[in-house]
Write a new protein. Structure first.
Length: 318
């Protein structure tokens, strides 16, 4: 009887491993295809003791795309094909995320992350660029633009984290009250309910193998997620103060149905800086570049053309 139980347990374990491996294989295949269609390749660069993974491709002025908390460079794949025709794209996995070093002994306040990102740009010999940031990545990009104005020619923010004077979105409320926190999802169903679905206005714009792949990766890093996010949100000053020190043109996109970072933050930022051109998107959640890639890319290209930020003044979305 004991041998039967052991054999059955071993069989279940093997099935679990094979299923997870199959999901990972399918997901990586989809990501590879997405990168090919976007004209992006995978690269690595050592910076001090850290190893950065990043996607790169396209030609033209350099456009650096910075993902948000819990995300990675592949979050830009839906919009990259429209941008790589006009820009050299650099999309890193921030340290602690994606396929870059985990940085277990590092601080994850926004200033520290901005400093590491600056070192990464130096390692790639990027002297000046347009920088875009989604959610936490927007806060990081803003600090970089304020701290290193010589590096940045324009700033593109997509639902940035860090505004204090605004309503608190349901996801941040869930984290702060520890009530169905998205940082503490214990299985795939909870991950879908607490993380993926609230990120979008409609159904998640990701195939199921990718959704499962991101769950498996989040599961591996759950233990540190709350600490990293708390350190990031503890940054001072808040974004509305930092934005006042930024001298370059700023494009702002925000979904009106954002459940993570409330869209009321857009009004706060616009009051603090006359350099902001803002677009509030209807029927859009926290990730405009995934839900509305055509609309936001067209508006970004218009923004760049009007400010002579590209080598080709006649660019138009295709």
């Amino acid at each position: 009887m004991g041998l039967h139980i052991i054999a059955f347990t071993a069989l279940i374990f093997l099935l679990w491993v094979s299923t997870r491996c199959a999901v990972t294989t399918w997901a990586k295949g989809l990501l590879w295809l997405g990168r090919q269609l976007a004209g992006l390749k995978s690269g690595h660069v050592p910076v001090n003791t850290l190893r950065w993974h990043y996607l790169h491709g396209g030609t033209g002025p350099t456009l650096v795309l910075v993902h948000g908390f819990g995300a990675d460079a592949d979050h830009w794949l839906r919009i990259a094909p429209k941008l790589s025709r006009h820009f050299r794209i650099i999309a890193p996995d921030l340290i602690g995320f994606g396929s870059s070093s985990e940085g277990n002994d590092l601080s994850f306040d926004i200033s520290s992350q901005a400093g590491r990102l600056s070192a990464f740009l130096n390692a790639l010999s990027i002297e000046r660029c347009i920088i875009a940031g989604s959610s936490m990545g927007g806060w990081i990009a803003s600090v970089l633009a304020a701290r290193y104005p010589e590096k940045i020619s324009a700033l593109w923010l997509l639902a940035p984290l860090g505004v204090n004077d605004c309503r608190k979105g349901p996801l941040l409320e869930a984290i702060d009250t520890d009530n169905h926190s998205p940082l503490k999802a214990e299985n795939f169903v909870e991950f879908e309910q607490r993380v993926l679905r609230p990120m979008f206005f409609g159904s998640p714009k990701l195939p199921r193998p990718l959704r499962m792949y991101y769950w498996h990766r989040a599961e591996q890093r759950n233990a540190r997620a709350h600490t990293i996010f708390s350190e990031a949100r503890g940054e001072r000053p808040h974004l509305e103060t930092t934005i006042e020190d930024i001298e370059v043109p700023i494009l702002l996109h925000w979904g009106r149905q954002d459940q993570a970072v409330d869209v009321s933050g857009a009004n706060t930022l616009c009051k603090r800086s006359a350099k902001i051109t803002a677009h509030l998107l209807s029927n859009t959640g926290h990730l405009p570049m995934l839900e509305k890639p055509n609309e936001v890319s067209a508006q970004f290209l218009d923004f760049c053309r009007d400010r002579n930020l590209t080598d080709n003044p006649a660019i138009a979305p295709q």
